[in-house]
Ligand binder design. Structure first.
Ligand SMILES: [Fe+2]
Length: 439
């Protein structure tokens, strides 16, 4: 057994914990004694500070959500500069945030909001101290040069249960020019502290609860079945799926049910930890390029793709298993002419993992099949009214767009974690099924 596991974020979890954010500042300070790095300081003539005095607080469009946090900081003598990130961050948003952070000489960043706000916080914290043009550091459309300086200290406070961005090391940023979403990524970009307060998520609308929860569930399933999964991520992702099975529908139907909200916050956090270590799969491989072309919530794309991707993966895995059996029977040799080949993970493990997911979600410890899993997902999407949200938020793709997404998906980094290799035509079929499906 060989694997590595890394999760450096200090996690503060519990109902009401965000009210005492000032109480965690000493911990933030002890982790970042040299608060302003020397290179940044000399370039911008900022004196190196010995204590934390000023915060950049990043919020979503509902600024009121940050009220208690700002008051707690102010009561402890910390002044706050506010930056509003109303939607998924673009390159220009990050440049504006960095400008404000430098001009205001903030000492640390607090991001309180959904995944977009936390991603903006991570990117702004990173690029305030790493002073070259943003394109130098971005993956895919930029040079992908690693960060050289430690980002500003950062506290992440999620108000939704979805991306798990509070415990991951990348920030997703959209480029209007390139019509694509890309990541700024570094092991130095993990937030120092994640304050996860399920009470904050009771304000999430049913639509947000549904789409963000589907993102968390998808991340748990994809990291569990990823070819990079390890025994620790396996344990965590199964626990996350268990929490989702127990509480997703309840959190959606009873927004004030704090136990259900806690389970979903916990599951989303676990999904961030597992995806950081085990990567993801075809749903995210396709949702990435698709999200760069349509203005739709990431979780909605995941919801729409999840069933078709599982069906395709299980079908390919079964085909390979049958081929292997036949070939083994003939001459104990696997044909090199197979259209698809398992990458890494043993095919039996992949199929067993899908059965395990079906068992957990359907609460059935007996024999369950892929169809039971697909039926569960369809029933869940129906309960969450995903079809209604889709009809409002998802435009129809032309065939040429579907082919372009399929092409980009094949090369995306998430696709590399998928347990089986999918052909261009299979990816195209998945997109057609997801978009035109009658969920
Ligand atoms: Fe996701």
């Amino acid at each position: 057994m060989n694997f590595s596991f890394f999760s450096p974020v200090e996690i503060i979890f519990g109902q009401g914990v965000s009210k005492n954010i000032a109480g965690y500042i000493p911990s933030l300070y002890s982790k970042n004694k040299n608060i302003v790095c020397s290179d940044f300081a000399s370039k911008f003539e900022v004196k190196t500070k010995s204590k934390i005095e000023k915060a950049l607080v990043i919020t979503g469009k509902n600024k009121g959500r940050a009220g208690e946090v700002i008051n707690s900081l102010k009561r402890s003598g910390i002044s706050c500069e506010l930056f509003v990130q109303p939607s998924e961050p673009s390159i220009d948003d990050i440049i504006n945030g960095v400008e404000l952070a430098r001009k205001s000489e903030v000492d640390f960043v607090v991001a309180i909001g959904g995944g977009s706000v936390i991603d903006a916080g991570k990117a702004i914290a990173a690029l305030t101290t790493n002073t070259d043009n943003i394109m130098k550091y971005l993956e895919v459309i930029g040079d992908g040069v690693p960060l050289s300086e430690k980002p500003l200290p950062m506290i992440a406070i999620p108000t939704t249960s979805g991306t798990g961005a509070e415990v991951t090391s990348n920030a997703v940023i959209s480029s209007d020019k390139h019509q694509v979403k890309v990541s700024l990524r570094s092991n130095m970009m993990y937030p120092d502290i994640a304050i996860i307060d399920p009470e904050l998520t009771i304000f999430a609308s049913p639509e947000i609860t549904a789409t963000t929860g589907m993102d968390a569930l998808t991340q748990l399933i994809e990291s569990f079945t990823s070819k990079f999964a390890n025994p620790i991520t396996d344990a965590l992702s199964q626990e996350g799926i268990r929490r989702v099975a127990r509480s997703f529908k309840k959190a959606y139907s009873e927004p004030l049910n704090i136990e259900a909200r806690s389970d979903m916050s916990f599951a989303a956090m676990l999904s961030g930890i597992t995806l950081s270590n085990a990567k993801l799969g075809a749903v995210h491989g396709i949702a990435g390029p698709m999200g760069g072309m349509v203005n739709a919530p990431h979780g909605l794309l995941c919801a729409s793709l999840l069933g078709p991707v599982i069906s395709a993966n299980v079908r390919v895995a079964n085909d390979i298993a049958i081929n292997q059996n036949q070939n083994n029977l003939v001459n104990n040799h696997v044909s090199s002419n197979q259209e698809f080949q398992i990458i890494g993970e043993d095919i039996k493990i992949t199929l067993n993992k899908y059965s395990k997911i079906a068992q957990i979600l359907t609460n059935n410890t007996g024999l369950v099949e892929c169809n039971d899993l697909i039926n569960y997902i369809n029933e869940l999407l129906h309960h969450l009214k995903i079809k209604e949200i889709s009809s409002k938020a998802l435009p129809k793709f032309e065939l040429s767009q579907i082919e372009l997404i399929a092409q980009k998906s094949k090369d995306s980094s998430s696709m590399k974690g998928n347990p089986v290799t999918l052909s261009f035509n299979q990816i195209k079929n998945i997109i057609e099924q997801s978009f035109f499906s009658k969920i």
